[in-house]
Design a protein around this ligand. Sequence first.
Ligand SMILES: Cc1cc2nc3c(=O)[nH]c(=O)nc-3n(C[C@H](O)[C@H](O)[C@H](O)COP(=O)(O)O)c2cc1C
Length: 175
Amino acid sequence: MDNKLYELTLKRRSVRRYTGKAIDDKIIKEIMKIALTAPSSFGHRPVEFVVVQDKTMIEKLASCKRLGGNQIIGAGAVIAVVVNQDNGEFWIEDGAIASSYILLAAEQYNVGACWVHIRNRKGKTKSSDEEIRDLLNIPDNYRVLNLIALGEKAENKRSYKETDFDTNKIHYNYF
Ligand SMILES: Cc1cc2nc3c(=O)[nH]c(=O)nc-3n(C[C@H](O)[C@H](O)[C@H](O)COP(=O)(O)O)c2cc1C
């Protein structure tokens, strides 16, 4: 059966090496439009995004994650996924689903993307979340769930194929 979304999900891989070229602003805008359409708990839409394109700022962001932060250096853009805590019960889920949309949207434009985790991670002296909020002027009632690095791909990962996945994990009616 024709299934364009499935084809896209098979092509999407975590890409961690980038050419360093800037990403066209129009493509970033299209990706971010898609991010806004993600579902959210109670329809509160608590997720906001900070798109960082400045190289020096990306390096500063990298240093906010003590282990593994450097992987974002070389990205054309880094998106901080930040979630308002005022109705915060489902903030992780809300941020995660918006992030998934970004990862798929990026692949649609053949832009490499990778989730870089921030929640419960350590920065230089404080938590990664606090250091990123300080750096990007994010208000206190927000938390940073993750960053998403975006960039022109400098590594070629094979697409997934149907047999990579275990259909036995899908249970019908009973487990
Ligand atoms: C919640 C979550 C946290 C992740 N954190 C990181 C991370 O900090 N750094 C990283 O390089 N990849 C991270 N990833 C990407 C995974 O490592 C990646 O999705 C997994 O290895 C499968 O590879 P694929 O995305 O190519 O299918 C994360 C993914 C998720 C969903």
